[in-house]
Unconditional design. Sequence first.
Length: 308
Amino acid sequence: MKTFNKLIFKLQKINLLFATLSEAFATKSEYLLMFPVDRILKIFYKITTCLIFGFAMANAQEIENDHPKGSRILSAYHGLDPLPDRATRLCGMAPVAGQDGMPVTFSVQIDAATLSPDAFAVETSAGEIVTPLCATLRPAFEPLELRTVLLIGPFSPEDSVPISVEIVQGLDDVDGRSLRGLRIDSITPLSAGPSIVLAERFAPDAEGLQKECPEETAQAVQLTWEGGVTGPQGARLAEPQRKAVSVLLANGVSVTPSFLGDVDPDNVVVACIGQASPAVSVSVLGGFFYDPGDDANPETEISVSSKW
């Protein structure tokens, strides 16, 4: 708002300059008549345009800075069409047929008390703006999760597909900071498989990870996928998936997790690692982790951020 007020002030000054210039021309000021009129007007036009553009960019930056540092939408994943009718029960609703499921994952954790379908606007390729029927943190609502919102609604009527998601009303992170205005214009299409969008390193006994890993685990890396993952055809994650994961450590050694924890069918999996050297990146071979539509993951790799 302060930047916007500065812009208004500058524009008022420019208007005053134009008024003065016009008066000078009207009185045929001898000094002004020494210069071509069209040249003077072009110079003032350029100055005005530069000022408006500069302050508009500054105002956009000021709005961006109102968001939590680095907060953004990591992914929007058009995961299933149609969802099972009973999926709307996750929002306490009666079963609704013919709806799409689209998990939207944030870089920050979400305050569940501020979550509502009205906070989201989904734009389709037909130009329609759709408000979801349901928005829920379920099923990924454990203490270290809470960053993936499952949107349920008619996001692909007829031949259209979702093309963007924007936060248009009040939605806060767990620290009470507004996420309004965040937007993503890249929607993972229905035919694609899930990729990892976030990897975080924790102590194996961190709050929310207790009993997810064996006792001999030295560190745990929580992997957040674009959408829920299982083995093929909904099978429980098992040895083929564990062996498909490779973790690069700070000492330059790549290891396979000793165990995969938190294997309930949401979008979060914990890689339990027996070596103490900090994990720095994770890669997964393609074709092992499947979404609810039985689409397999592409080869995926991501850096690890440390929370420990």
